[in-house]
Each structure stands twice: as structure tokens, then as C-alpha cells.
Ligand binder design. Structure first.
Ligand code: FE2
Length: 436
């Protein structure tokens, strides 16, 4: 395809098409109250509602439950979702989903809740041994053979974009490795994106999820372009994450403009409704973009960091275990990655930097990595993000373990514009130890 941008000119043997999947979106303050009408419109009479213990007694779940009741939709609540889910917590949720005898699903929560709901719906509707649908080579990577039940996703944070994607991420306990299940069948049917939920979010949660959103958009823009994808499968076998394409570019660019203007404001002032609303919108756009384009190195590297972290706690996150927020582990690797990938496509990296609000006047292609990395670092410093993975306790002695820890993520990292091996991973982690 060359109609939108010369970047996407077809190559010999390359895929000439791209496929876009997304839910029916409703965005706006108060739209959680539309859950019941949406469920009734989908013909649902009994739903399984997934949330976590902290949210279960809160106003957002109450609003959704009241809306379902008003629409005469019966509701069975599962509030045992694990923050940072595992194969075990997915399977517990799937057991509940089977026993609930629901004809549809509702999720109210962050990425962990929505991902768990997708997995529970999948295994309750298309039963199989657990590893059947898990990404190869860790799992069998089999295609989901048929439709799952309708799912109404209601995000309560502004960043993961899980309401837009066919991706469910979890930690495989036996390997202590993050992996996932990816299928267009898992994309929620309806997403109710209500920026009112961000009013009460703690600053650290807005920061971590906001940088996750930023990274989704940056990785979408800098992913291997879809005609250059290493897996050229076409038609219904075309991967969900198919490489950068004109559609994901448009949404990712708009998301980056929102993040550049509003992330720092949204973190530093909980009363800044405009900034928090715009971040909710940016997260949705970036989610649609990365679902179509795919993530790559910042996410691949982050899983090694979160897998090896020993003791880390951030205000606003559950304190019953050490937990490094996903978005924070992602952003800590960002500047290092952009310095390494910019030479592959300087113009795209400069476009990202400009969308984020950096001055690119007079910048040459050789400056692209530094300009983008510099803008990300500026935003990290303005929101109290730690100074690289060194601030988490990692040093030269852990680089080999980090690089080995990232190796199960080669599937994600194949989407990167540079080739990756152990040596490259080690260099990327070394460059992420400290930024200022
Ligand atoms: Fe993410």
C-alpha cells in the first residue's frame, strides 16, 4: 500500500493488507451508567461482572450494578481478580465464569481486571487445556476456534488501553515470565470509557498508567512497518499485532499529542479535569493503535525488570506485595530504546518527539534518538519517575540476568525495528540504568 504514506510501499512477498479490530466505543463523563442499556441491547439477561476487591465496594462498580439492575440484567460478581494476574488467577476466574452460567461479561477495573475477564470468557466459552491458547513458544499458540460471549469493558484507569485490545497478559508462574493470549476474538464488544473515574486516582497511578499509554503510542509508531513484518501471514491468520500501519499511525500521533500536553498536568493536579479527561481519551486511542500495530522493546524489556524486581512499592498501589507498576517498568526503558532504534527511521522518531511537544526545529536525522529520549526524560522528571532501572536497585551485575529475563519476550521484540540478541539486550539495559 502506498496511498497513505510511502513508508508502506509493498515489498516482494509482503502482506498487502491490514486488519483492524475494535469494540463499539462510548466515551464521556457518566457513561458507566449506560452499562445496563448496552447489556440489554446485546440481548444479555445475566452477566458475570469482574472487578477487584478494592473496587468492588466503590462507586464505579455500584454505578454499573445499578445500571444493570435498572435494565433488568442479572449480575454475578467476581471480585477476586489478582493485580498482575497469573495462570492460576486466570484459571480461578475461568472456573467462576463457567459456574456463573452467564450469557455475557462485564469488567470494571484496570488492565488486570479486563484481561482476566477476557481470559475467563475465553475458557468458559471455548474450553481447552490452559496452554492451548497461550502465545507460542511458551504455549501452543492455537487460534481461538469460535466466538466468545459479549464483553462490556469499563476501564477505571487511564493508560492500559485493555478495553480496546484482544490481548490478555499474565505471569506464567512456573517460568516467572510474562506472556499472554492474543486473539481478535478477545476484543471487548463494547467499551464504556468514562473519564469521571480518573477524578479519584492517586498521582502515581496516573503517572504509571499515563506512561504506559505513551509507550503504547511510541511503540506503535516505531514498530516494524507492516509490509516488513517477519510473519507475513495474511487473511484470517494475519496477526493481531501486524506492525505499524497508516491507521495506527494516525491514532498514535493523536494520543502522543494528548500525552505531551496533558500527562504532567494530570499527574500533578487531581482537580485538573481537562487533563485527566484528555489522558483517558489518549489511552483509548493508544490502545487501538497498539492493538493493531503491536508493542516491542520497551514492553519486552519491562517484563524482565518486573520479573526480577525484589522489593518495590509505590503509593496508590496495593501494599500486600512488592509490585512495580507496569507503566513504570515500561517507561524506565524508553529513552534507552529510542536512542537505539532512531537510526532505523529517524523521521518517525522525530515525528513522535514533535507530537509529544519537543522542539524539533533544526534537528537532523542523527539527532532523532536524542530529541525523543530527551523529551521522555523531561516528562519523567516532571512526574517523579525514578532515574532509570538503577534507581530500583539494578546495576552492572544484574545486566546478564535482565537480558536472559527478556529472552522469553522475543515474540514481542520481533516487532522491533532493530534485530535483538543477548548482547543488544544487555546494552539496552545498561543504557537504561541512569538517565540524569
Ligand atoms: Fe502496556
Amino acid at each position: 500500500m502506498a496511498c497513505c504514506h510511502a513508508d508502506f510501499a509493498a515489498l516482494e512477498g509482503s502482506d498487502r493488507g491490514f486488519t483492524l479490530g475494535m469494540p463499539t466505543f462510548t466515551f464521556g463523563p457518566g457513561v458507566l451508567a449506560e452499562a445496563g442499556d448496552n447489556a440489554a441491547e446485546l440481548g444479555l439477561s445475566r452477566v458475570a461482572l469482574f472487578t477487584d476487591r478494592r473496587l468492588a465496594a466503590g462507586e464505579h462498580v455500584a454505578k454499573v450494578k445499578a445500571s444493570l439492575a435498572a435494565a433488568k440484567v442479572d449480575c454475578a460478581v467476581y471480585d477476586d481478580v489478582a493485580i498482575e494476574p497469573t495462570d492460576r488467577s486466570f484459571q480461578d476466574a475461568a472456573r467462576f465464569a463457567k459456574e456463573a452460567k452467564a450469557d455475557g461479561f462485564v469488567s470494571v477495573g484496570g488492565g488486570s481486571v479486563m484481561d482476566t475477564c477476557k481470559a475467563a470468557n475465553l475458557y468458559a466459552t471455548q474450553p481447552a487445556e490452559f496452554m492451548t491458547y497461550v502465545n507460542a513458544p511458551i504455549g501452543a499458540g492455537q487460534r481461538v476456534p469460535g466466538p466468545v460471549k459479549p464483553h462490556i469493558a469499563c476501564p477505571t484507569t487511564s493508560g492500559t488501553g485493555s478495553e480496546t485490545t484482544g490481548i490478555a497478559i499474565f505471569t506464567l508462574t512456573s517460568m516467572n515470565a510474562k506472556t499472554g493470549i492474543i486473539s481478535r476474538r478477545l476484543i471487548p464488544t463494547v467499551a464504556l470509557v468514562d473519564p469521571d473515574v480518573t477524578r479519584t486516582l492517586p498521582a502515581h497511578v496516573v503517572a504509571a498508567t499515563g506512561f504506559d499509554c505513551m509507550s503504547h503510542a511510541l511503540e506503535s509508531m516505531t514498530a516494524r512497518l507492516y509490509p516488513r513484518r517477519l510473519n507475513p501471514a495474511q487473511g484470517i491468520r494475519r496477526p493481531v499485532s501486524q506492525g505499524a500501519n497508516p491507521f495506527s499511525d494516525a491514532l498514535a500521533t493523536q494520543a502522543l499529542q494528548g500525552v505531551g500536553r496533558f500527562l504532567v498536568r494530570a499527574v500533578n493536579d487531581a482537580s485538573d479535569t481537562e487533563a485527566r479527561t484528555e489522558m483517558m481519551y489518549a489511552a483509548m486511542l493508544a490502545g487501538i493503535a497498539f492493538n493493531a500495530a503491536g508493542c516491542h522493546l520497551p514492553h519486552g524489556l519491562s517484563y524482565a525488570v518486573s520479573g526480577l524486581i525484589k522489593d518495590w512499592h509505590v503509593q496508590g498501589y496495593p501494599d500486600d506485595k512488592s509490585l512495580l507498576p507496569h507503566g513504570m517498568s515500561v517507561v524506565l526503558n524508553n529513552p534507552s530504546v529510542w536512542r537505539a532504534t532512531a537510526p532505523t527511521h529517524p523521521e518517525r522518531h522525530l515525528r513522535c518527539a514533535e507530537a509529544l511537544g519537543a522542539s524539533t526545529r533544526g534537528a537532523t536525522p542523527e539527532d532523532a534518538g536524542e530529541v525523543l529520549a530527551g523529551r521522555v526524560i523531561e516528562m519523567m522528571r516532571a512526574t517523579d519517575i525514578p532515574n532509570g532501572i538503577g534507581a530500583l536497585g539494578f546495576g552492572e551485575a544484574q545486566l546478564d540476568a535482565l537480558a536472559k529475563g527478556a529472552e522469553p519476550q522475543y515474540r514481542v521484540m520481533k516487532n522491533a525495528p532493530i534485530d535483538v540478541d543477548h548482547e543488544v539486550l544487555t546494552k539496552l539495559f545498561r543504557a537504561a540504568l541512569r538517565y540524569w
